[in-house]
Design a binder for this molecule. Structure first.
Ligand code: ATP
Ligand code: MG
Length: 571
């Protein structure tokens, strides 16, 4: 490919809206161009990478036995009404009507459509298991589209769905996809970690997100160096830290006028936040519950919901807070709330807490010297792990210390059970001709997000450093003197030989200065750069350098040895 004939536009300036390196570089190097907020055009360079990532995904899905299909993006509302998600997806789903007034969604995902599809095809256990996948554009009206392709309104997703005869059989399909995902990310040159994620109502270890670690990541992940446990902070379990509080004197009411948040009260009283107990009234499936956690920690609503076996937990409204506690938010506490039968749930770290400060259930007042066992009515079984894990917490599996890192979710594998198949009556007949509901799994890869995650993980101050497997071109041949026929023929011969070995190269035949060519090659990030120029040819040959090495690693070889030297560096 000749650079002069290829549509490339590199920019000198960083785009104004880029908050992270990968977004900045991807736009500057001319891989994508913003069409509108959260919407991008893939330029030829970006398209080449996207295609290479897709090819890897396809090969690994096929290898794992999944079969490719493609389903409509435009999906009738009736499907979404059957699952109830026409309501629960809320404003995150793009909706529209046809001329006849029929409602549609632009697919944000495709569980409904695929379940209805397979339900109509599968009759017998003999047809199972089956896994289908598609690589298709998805649409989500994200609250805050940002970070380029990381969180966009329109993005390319690979979504796969497995159907099995039983929960046990579904585990094998899950494992196969899990292994395929590891290979996909590895082949894309990415270090992606599988981490446990919340499984909703399914239970067990059957939801994993694949994360690429990056400071710019939007998710927190807890890691244990001791046993290798890795989990999304939504899920990460922690062992209780034992406390050994000194006995305290009698409770004492203190006026705390105007101080509402833990921060304000702790500043007012000159005591650190950890001495406080944060007390919140939650609405748990319509019933008020008080939730108490150490003053410097945050409630994990996912853990809370699981602990209570509830469908929905949310902070209670002001009226319910007043009825339950007797005070307004900011003065609520576990000592004698107005509703004497109010259930009080405490984080496990509060077991045996003494000498604490709590809201007094009286506006603008707190109580100090509280001994939870002595002064409050809390059932022993209502102490549980209900806060978000943080750095330094104790691993629930091995007792070592957890560390927390940031991650970008590039993929997600999830055992769904019979959630959708029962709603859509997707059944098969077993060998006694009895109807049974199929068991399902769903598996997503953010293809476009993965492209950008590679950049986020692999770049330097000068630009992108593509792994050879997904580079737009694996080799850039900088032809310094496009007017010298000898140099041109050397460059073209190298390009041809590379092509015959399955390596794609671009020949920079522009009449620009060498400095401009090198800068662009570094910015775009071709894995190997070959410099062909009159001066070099007369003094020894062509220069070869990997993008990720520094200048000192440059070698000069005669033109006929160039291809072997390049292949060595691509390996
Ligand atoms: P997130 O938590 O980042 O919003 P999600 O959990 O909603 O993602 P899934 O429904 O699991 O995402 O979708 C599968 C994959 O699609 C994700 O792992 C992610 O890589 C990708 N993805 C999701 N939303 C977006 C988006 N707005 N832009 C680009 N990729 C996305
Ligand atoms: Mg997810």
């Amino acid at each position: 490919m000749k650079w002069s004939k290829f549509l490339i536009q590199t920019l000198r300036e960083d785009p104004g809206d880029a908050e992270i390196d990968s977004h900045r570089l991807m736009v500057r190097a001319g891989f994508v161009k913003k069409a509108s907020g959260g919407l991008y055009t893939y330029l030829p360079l970006g398209m080449r990478v996207l295609n290479k990532v897709q090819r890897i995904v396809r090969e690994e899905m096929d290898r794992a036995g999944a079969q490719e299909i493609v389903m409509p993006i435009l999906q009738p509302s009736s499907l979404w009404k059957t699952s109830g998600r026409w309501e629960t997806m809320g404003p995150g789903m793009f909706r529209l009507e046809d001329r006849g007034g029929h409602g549609y969604a632009l697919s944000p995902t495709a569980e409904e459509m695929v379940t209805s599809l397979l339900g109509g095809i599968i009759n017998s256990y003999r047809q199972l298991p089956v896994t289908v996948y598609q690589i298709q554009w998805k649409f989500r009206d994200e609250i805050r589209p940002r970070f380029g392709l990381m969180r966009s309104k329109e993005f390319l997703m690979k979504d796969a769905y497995s159907f099995d005869v039983s929960m046990d059989a579904a585990d094998a399909s899950y494992e196969a996809m899990f292994e395929a995902y590891k290979r996909v990310f590895e082949r894309c040159g990415l270090k992606a970690y599988p981490v446990e994620a919340d499984t909703g109502d399914i239970g067990g270890k059957f939801s994993h997100e694949f994360h690429v670690l990056a400071d710019s990541g939007e998710d927190g992940i807890a890691f244990c160096e001791g046993c290798g446990y890795a989990a999304n902070l939504e899920k990460a379990a922690r062992k209780a830290s034992l406390r050994n509080d000194e006995p305290c004197g009698e409770m004492e009411m203190v006026p705390t006028p105007g101080a509402k948040t833990i921060d304000e009260v702790s500043r007012f009283m000159g005591v650190s936040a950890s001495a406080f107990i944060k007390s919140l009234i939650y609405n748990v499936d319509g019933k008020s519950v008080m939730v108490c956690v150490p003053g410097d920690r945050d409630v994990n609503e996912v853990k809370l919901r699981h602990f209570l076996g509830a469908k929905k937990v949310e902070l209670a409204d002001p009226a319910a807070i007043l009825v339950a506690s007797g005070a307004n938010a900011g003065s609520v506490g576990p000592v004698k709330p107005a509703d004497a039968s109010l259930r009080i749930i405490c984080d496990q770290d509060l077991k045996g807490a003494k000498g604490c400060i709590v809201g007094a259930n009286k506006d603008d007042h707190h109580i100090k010297n509280v001994d939870l066992d002595r002064d409050c009515a809390i059932a022993a079984e209502d102490y549980a792990d209900i806060v978000i894990a943080r750095e330094g917490d104790i691993c629930a599996t091995c007792g070592k210390v957890l560390s927390v890192r940031r991650g970008i979710e590039v993929g997600h594998v999830f055992k769904l059970g019979v959630k959708y198949t029962s709603q859509f009556k997707a059944v098969y007949k077993n060998d006694n001709l009895e109807e049974r509901v199929m068991v399902m799994g769903c598996y997503g890869i953010g293809v476009s997000r993965t492209l950008q995650a590679v950049i986020e993980q692999s770049h330097d101050a000068n630009g992108i450093i593509w792994p050879a497997s997904v580079a737009p071109f694996q080799v850039c041949i900088c032809l310094l003197d496009p007017d010298n026929p000898e140099a041109v023929s050397v460059a073209e011969a190298i390009e041809k030989k590379l092509e015959s070995r399955g390596v794609d190269a671009i020949v920079d035949d522009r009449s620009d200065r060498p400095g401009v060519k090198f800068k662009d090659a570094d910015l775009i990030g071709f894995p190997v750069r070959v410099v062909v120029g009159t001066k070099g040819l007369s003094s020894g040959g062509v220069e070869i350098k990997r993008r990720r090495d520094d200048k000192s690693a440059t070698v000069v070889v005669s033109p006929d040895k160039a291809v072997d030297a390049i292949m060595e560096r691509l390996a």
